[in-house]
Design a protein around this ligand. Sequence first.
Ligand code: TMP
Length: 229
Amino acid sequence: MFITLEGIEGCGKTTQVERLARFLEERRVPHVVTREPGGTRLGGYIRRMLLDRDHGEMEGLTELLLYAADRAQHVAEVIQPALASGRWVVCDRFADATTAYQGYGRGQNLDLVHRLNLVATQGVWPDLTLLLDCSVEVGLDRAQRRILAGASPEREDRFERQVQEFHLRVREGYLRLAEQDAVRIKVLDATLDPDQVHEEILSLLEPSIERWTNGTDRSGGVVWQKGSG
Ligand code: TMP
């Protein structure tokens, strides 16, 4: 089972990733928790390059290719082997983030983004994507508080510095993706209390956990063959 969490800055997905991981531990479901960018050693370098606010000169195409490079390494080194060995993978952002941020947010050609996603993922695609949706005002306010409280390991990055319109486009992009693939992408109200969001996530996952626990489905993720996304 391959689960990804997505959303704009400050949507609370990192908290939900941690809580989901704790739940899987309690249920003794073997799993890997990872993230993009930066889910591998090499990806760590790419993450620093991408987020450093001193890299304002980075071209949109360079940015897109760096996310694709990070993902190619991540899928080959972490995600694919974990799924192949029957473990669940919980990933904080994945290919939908590139469509939302680089495609809708930055205006990179959506067909190019789609093709790069296909190449980088080698067809490894999430079974379930949890889109934590909130308004840009709420999200950016939370992200700002996190930085001021020193709770974020990184200082305000290149993305958090973007103007409001950029984040509006990213949110719209995510919602459009959810409309196009309503079976895979579940939209959750991220303004709810974190406990409530967690409960909703668990109710979405319960059937899969059930199948896993009674051994009727121990497959490791799906290979994506659809022509969208
Ligand atoms: P994070 O804050 O969730 O760790 O993500 C780091 C930033 O990278 C965040 O601003 C979103 C951005 N991002 C993209 O622009 N495209 C992508 O494909 C991914 C995975 C992240």
